[in-house]
Ligand binder design. Structure first.
Ligand SMILES: [Zn+2]
Ligand SMILES: [Zn+2]
Ligand SMILES: [Zn+2]
Length: 342
């Protein structure tokens, strides 16, 4: 059992497991320990070690869960979220301070290749394109459940294998609430649009192209830049050059360029920083849009993007205590380093 709980001070939501009958704390932290000592459950031939597939790119004529696949999607084996448990409780507790939703949501794993590859940069371009197409297909599928408000696509790479399996994979968590970091972006870009009748992100792209020093890579349809004030050293964001609020809506013909750009950035960061842990997140518009008088200009004011965050040094007290980040070297110096990686 699990719950989504909202912190009344910051407005941040968390997911917590509330199940009882667990003997040691480590059982909460390391649900994947049953995989220790056995083969990789994400490799070709080990399909029986995962939940049944719910989507796949696979060889014509092959059957679900057989070994002839290129991309496989299934639910997490130890789901912290379920779709059969949605009860929203507002104002829980004696002082009615706490909002809670029974662990309602969806957690899907996207295995990006049947080969045991551990770095996104090692996927070939066609495989990378299929990964991005899978993001679009799954987000559109999850959007069909009107109880879900947001689908966050993310990747963890280079973490302790007990916490995150090393085999190249992405994850989607779909939630009945919009996560705080996305909501902050939505509110800021809506306010900017109300004032200037322009998209904040489009203006940022214009600024970055004019200045050029923070650009890492640029093509006909996408640009990769280190933000003006990044949280992590070498953090790189990819934006579509043409305004687009929804990741699922740009032409399929652009996927080739986007795949090459993502692969290139992962390659450069891996080489330059000696294979650090890297997170990728996709920030796209929420599912239920537009809501009257709420996100009613979202199609014009929000601009989807990909954030790639290397962790060359672990975050420490200042970052957690102040939500303030120390990121040596500067974005301009970092971009120059990354541009020069061949
Ligand atoms: Zn594997
Ligand atoms: Zn825009
Ligand atoms: Zn973002």
């Amino acid at each position: 059992m699990s719950e989504l709980r909202r912190d009344p001070i910051t407005g941040r939501w968390i997911i917590t497991r509330t199940m009882t009958g667990i003997d040691t704390p480590s059982e909460f932290f390391h649900p994947r320990k049953m995989f220790e000592g056995i083969e990789c459950p994400f490799c070709k031939g080990n399909e029986n070690l995962t939940e049944p597939e719910i989507f796949a790119f696979r060889k014509e004529g092959s059957k679900p869960d057989d070994r002839n696949w290129a991309i496989r999607v299934f639910r997490d084996k130890y789901p912290i979220l379920h779709t059969d448990s949605g009860i929203k409780k507002k104002g829980v507790g004696d002082a009615f301070l706490y909002d809670m939703i029974n662990g309602f949501g969806v957690h899907e794993i996207i295995v990006e290749t049947s080969k045991h590859i551990t770095n996104f940069a090692e996927l070939d371009i066609d495989q990378m394109k299929m990964v991005l197409m899978t993001y679009r297909i799954r987000l559109n599928k999850l959007r069909g459940d009107k109880r879900l408000k947001y689908g966050l696509v993310y990747r963890n790479q280079g973490y302790d294998p007990v916490v995150s399996l090393p085999h190249s994979h992405s994850q989607i968590i779909a939630l009945p609430v919009v996560p705080k970091s996305v909501k902050e972006e939505l509110v800021t870009s809506r306010n900017y649009f109300r004032e200037k009748q322009r998209c904040l992100f489009c203006d940022i792209i214009k600024e970055e192209r004019g200045y050029a020093a923070r650009i890492v890579d640029e093509g006909d349809n996408f640009i990769a830049v280190i933000p003006y004030a990044p949280r992590f050293a070498f953090e790189t964001h990819i934006y579509p050059l043409k305004h687009q609020s929804d990741f699922t809506k740009f032409p399929d013909s652009d996927l080739d360029e986007l795949s090459k750009m993502i692969k290139n950035i992962f390659y450069k960061i891996t080489k330059l920083l000696n294979n650090p842990p890297i997170n990728l997140v996709l920030h796209t518009s929420p599912f239920k849009i537009p809501e009257e008088d709420y996100w009613d200009t979202i199609v014009q004011d929000y601009h989807w993007h990909i954030e790639i965050m290397p962790h060359a040094v672990p975050e420490r007290g200042f970052e957690f205590g102040a939500d303030f980040f120390i990121t040596p070297p500067s974005p301009e110096i970092s971009a120059k380093f990354l541009r020069e990686v061949s």
